[in-house]
Design a protein. Structure first.
Length: 82
């Protein structure tokens, strides 16, 4: 899924959350952050996965695109003086 050379904290954590979610969906319990989690904790695992997915996406978004975002929306600036 991710190459070791490009792993960041965000991609590493995302991989861990994905593995935990998959294990729980297969009926297993997992130990995560010092806690034993099972199916009843699936919503918590999914929320963590979505947070780390967002962080990975943010890392992969070029700075030029980030500077043109306002509240998560891409904006364009019009010039009427030309």
């Amino acid at each position: 899924m991710f190459s070791l050379s490009s792993m960041t904290t965000a991609t590493d954590m995302l991989a861990k959350y994905l593995a935990a979610e998959q294990a729980i969906l297969e009926g297993k319990s997992v130990e995560f952050k010092g806690r034993k989690l099972g199916y009843e904790d699936l919503a918590e695992i999914r929320a963590g996965r979505m947070e780390w997915e967002s962080r990975v996406k943010s890392e992969q978004t070029p700075a030029s695109v980030k500077s043109k975002q306002f509240g998560g929306l891409n904006v364009a600036q019009a010039r009427f003086d030309q």
